[in-house]
Design a protein around this ligand. Structure first.
Ligand code: ZN
Length: 277
């Protein structure tokens, strides 16, 4: 195993989706053996499982649960759809509480053809509706802005400025932002907006990967750190200057990587992590 001393990985968290072919229990044992410190659990990895016992197994293995991915998808066109989304998000909050995840990442949603401003209003109302329930259960909610190429059907929140505006408008300690370098690296306002999130106490999560050229698939061709053009270390520096000292969460959707031997891939992730962070 090419891994360095364990303390090098004290801020390394991996999203289960990154090693999608593995079951949750495989991910737990491989991550632990590699010296990884944190895990962000995607809901598909929990399917058919009791979240409470899954959470216990994760903690007993020595991994910290960083967050649950993901909630959101609020802005349905009709009120029935929006109510359904709220109910689903309340279930996700229960799941996070059972699992022992302190944070839920929100992919906020968008509806093709619905004006983005209208979607944003509905997103705000959706988050406001679930916030008290989350607060009672000590679960924080992170608004994750997505790259504008997903503004049609995944998220009407596309810049950190928009996420900051919304978090500040909601004005509660429960709601902050998730900074994902894949979505935000291109934005000339990024440094200033990270500083602003930091001042407001809203820097809740930091996701890393890289942007490949050419990108062959808009969703599932993310790169391993070092394979692309994102200045990850600079952005991490801005996060730290903003007061963030949480995990570097490796979140990579990649058809190429999922087709690869996952144990070798995990070794590559650990190596790339040391070079990029
Ligand atoms: Zn992310």
């Amino acid at each position: 195993m090419g891994a360095g001393p364990i303390w090098d990985y004290s801020k390394l968290c991996i999203h289960t989706i990154t090693t999608k072919p593995w079951s949750l229990d495989e991910a737990i044992s491989h991550y632990t053996r590699a010296g990884v410190s944190g895990i962000t659990v995607w809901r598909n990895a929990l399917e058919g499982m009791d979240p409470q016992s899954a959470g216990r197994r994760i903690r007993e293995a020595g991994l910290e649960i960083v967050s649950l991915c993901r909630g959101g998808f609020f802005p349905a066109a009709d009120s029935e759809g929006r109510q359904k989304a709220i109910e689903e998000n309340l279930r996700i909050i229960d799941e996070a509480a059972s699992l022992g995840a302190p944070l839920i990442v929100l992919v906020c949603g968008a509806v093709p053809g619905q004006p983005l401003n209208e979607s944003r209003k509905k997103i705000r109302d959706g988050i406001a509706a679930i916030q008290p329930y989350a607060e009672e259960r000590d679960i924080r909610l992170a608004i994750e802005p997505l790259h504008p190429m997903y503004a049609d059907d995944r998220s009407a929140i596309n810049t950190l400025k928009q996420a900051n505006d919304m978090a500040e408008d909601l004005n509660t300690e429960t709601v902050g932002v998730a900074v994902d370098v894949y979505h935000l690296w291109w934005d000339q306002e990024l440094e200033a907006e990270i500083r602003r999130s930091g001042r407001a106490g809203n820097l809740f999560a930091f996701h890393i990967c890289d942007w490949r050229t050419p990108t062959e698939d808009l969703l599932n061709d993310r790169g391993l750190m070092g394979e692309g053009c994102i200045p990850i270390r600079n952005i991490r520096g801005w996060m730290e200057e903003g007061g963030f000292d949480g995990f570097n969460e490796v979140e990579i959707f990649s058809n190429r990587r999922w087709a690869q031997d996952q144990e070798k891939y995990l070794e590559e992730i650990c190596r790339a992590y040391l070079q990029a962070s």
